[in-house]
Design a protein. Structure first.
Lengths: 245, 138
C-alpha cells in the first residue's frame, strides 16, 4: 500500500493544478494510495507509525526538503524502526522550491517522480545525525571561527566561507567523490580565499560561538554539537540520474 | 629528477585536502593521498603519499610512503619510498627516505638518512602483500 504525505504548504491555490496533475498521473500508473495531509496533524510521528502498522509498504513525501525531514524523523525515531527497515520504503515527489534532497536522488520534478516510483529502484542510504535530528543531504555552518574536532586533531578555519558536512551530495559544482553508502561524512570547506578543503570522518564535534549549524537548509542547531552518521539506515526509491553510485 | 607535474598527477584524486586557510592541530592520520596547503601542528601520517604545498607551514613529524615538499616543515620527515624536495622547500629536521630528489633552491637543515635496503625490502614486501590482499578482496 502507498501512503502519500502532503505537506501543509500544498494547500495553497498555486499548487492545486500541480497536485491534480500528479494525482491523475499516479492513478494512470496504478500507484494511487492513501493521502495524509500534514495540515492539522499535530503528531506526525503517530500518524506515520499508524500507517506502518496498517501495512504501508511505501511512504511518499510530497513536498520539499522539510517534508522529507519531517517524515524521516517520524519514521526513524520509533520502535517500529525494524519493520520500516524491512518492509517500508521512502519515496519523494518534489513540489515547489527547496528540493535538493530529491535532486540528489535524481528526482527532478513531480512527473518524473511518478515514473521513478513505478520503476522502484531502491538504494540503502546512510543518515547523518546531529543530536536527535537526522539529515539526508548536509549540515552547514559559516567557516570563520568554527572549530571542528575529529579523532585526535582539530581544524580551525581562519577565513569567511562555508563548511558543509555532507552525507548526500546535492551540488554538482562540488567536485568530490561523495558516497552515501560508505558510513562516512564528507567535510567540505570553501572559503573566500577560494581554497578548498576536503576530508572524511565518521563523527566530529562542531563549535562556533556565534553561528548555528543548519541541517538540510531547514533546522538551526546551536553549537557545540556532535555530528555522526548511521550506515545504510533508510531504504529510498531513487532515480537513474542520482548524484551517487 | 624532481618532476612536479608528474608527481601532482597522482594527487588529482587526493582523499584529503587541507586548504591554505585551515589550521590543523593534533595527530592527523589520513587515509589515502593527502595534500596540505595550510598549517599543521602535531604529526601527520598516511600509508599513501603526502604533498606539502609551497604555502604550507608544518610543525610536525611527517610519515608516509612518498612525500613531496614545497613548503616549510619543522620536524622530521620519513618517506619510506620516495622523498621529493622542491626548490621552495624549507626543512628544519631530519630526513629518512628510500630515494630522494632535491631541487635547486631548497633549504635543508638536518640530517639525511637513506633507509637501508632491508627496510626498503620490508616495505616493498608489505606493499606487494597489501596489493595482493586488495586484489583478493576485489
Amino acid at each position: 500500500m502507498h501512503v502519500y504525505i502532503y505537506d501543509d504548504y500544498l494547500n495553497k491555490s498555486k499548487y492545486h493544478k500541480i497536485i491534480n496533475r500528479l494525482e491523475i498521473r499516479l492513478t494512470d500508473l496504478g500507484l494511487n494510495g492513501k493521502i495524509i495531509r500534514l495540515e492539522g496533524i499535530k503528531n506526525i510521528k503517530n500518524a506515520i507509525q499508524n500507517e506502518i502498522k496498517l501495512g504501508a509498504k511505501t511512504i511518499i513525501a510530497v513536498g520539499n526538503n522539510q517534508t522529507v525531514n519531517k517524515i524521516i524523523g517520524a519514521i526513524i525515531d520509533t520502535d517500529l524502526y525494524g519493520d520500516f527497515q524491512k518492509k517500508t520504503l521512502l519515496g519523494i515527489i518534489p513540489v515547489g522550491d527547496d528540493n535538493s534532497i530529491a535532486a540528489s536522488f535524481g528526482i527532478k520534478n513531480g512527473e518524473e517522480a511518478c515514473n521513478i516510483l513505478l520503476a522502484r529502484r531502491i538504494e540503502k542510504i546512510d543518515l547523518g545525525l546531529v543530536g536527535n535530528h537526522y539529515f539526508l543531504n548536509q549540515a552547514s555552518i559559516q567557516s570563520l571561527g568554527t572549530i571542528l574536532e575529529i579523532n585526535d586533531y582539530s581544524l580551525e578555519i581562519t577565513e569567511k566561507g562555508e563548511i558543509k558536512i555532507i552525507n548526500l551530495l546535492n551540488d554538482k559544482d562540488i567536485n568530490i567523490r561523495s558516497n552515501p553508502h560508505d558510513g562516512l561524512l564528507d567535510i567540505y570547506i570553501k572559503t573566500k580565499r577560494k581554497d578548498q578543503t576536503y576530508l572524511t570522518a565518521q563523527k566530529l564535534k562542531i563549535t562556533n560561538h556565534t553561528e548555528k549549524l543548519v541541517i538540510d537548509g531547514v533546522l538551526e542547531i546551536a553549537t557545540p554539537t556532535e555530528v555522526g552518521i548511521i550506515r545504510d539506515r533508510v531504504n529510498i526509491i531513487v532515480g537513474k540520474e542520482r548524484m551517487f553510485e | 629528477m624532481f618532476s612536479k607535474d608528474a608527481k601532482l598527477e597522482k594527487f588529482k584524486d587526493a582523499e584529503t585536502v587541507i586548504g591554505s586557510s585551515i589550521k590543523v592541530k593534533g595527530n592527523f592520520q589520513g587515509q589515502g593521498n593527502i595534500i596540505i596547503e595550510g598549517s599543521l601542528e602535531g604529526s601527520v601520517k598516511t600509508d599513501a603519499s603526502i604533498y606539502i604545498g609551497n604555502q604550507a607551514k608544518i610543525v610536525a613529524n611527517t610519515e608516509s610512503k612518498d612525500v613531496i615538499v614545497n613548503g616549510e616543515v619543522r620536524g622530521n620527515i620519513k618517506a619510506k619510498n620516495y622523498l621529493a624536495i622542491g626548490g621552495t622547500a624549507k626543512i628544519f629536521g631530519d630526513l629518512q627516505y628510500g630515494e630522494i630528489s632535491i631541487e635547486k633552491g631548497a633549504v635543508i637543515n638536518g640530517q639525511l638518512l637513506m633507509l637501508s635496503d632491508d627496510h626498503k625490502r620490508q616495505e616493498k614486501t608489505k606493499t606487494i602483500a597489501e596489493e595482493k590482499e586488495n586484489m583478493i578482496e576485489k
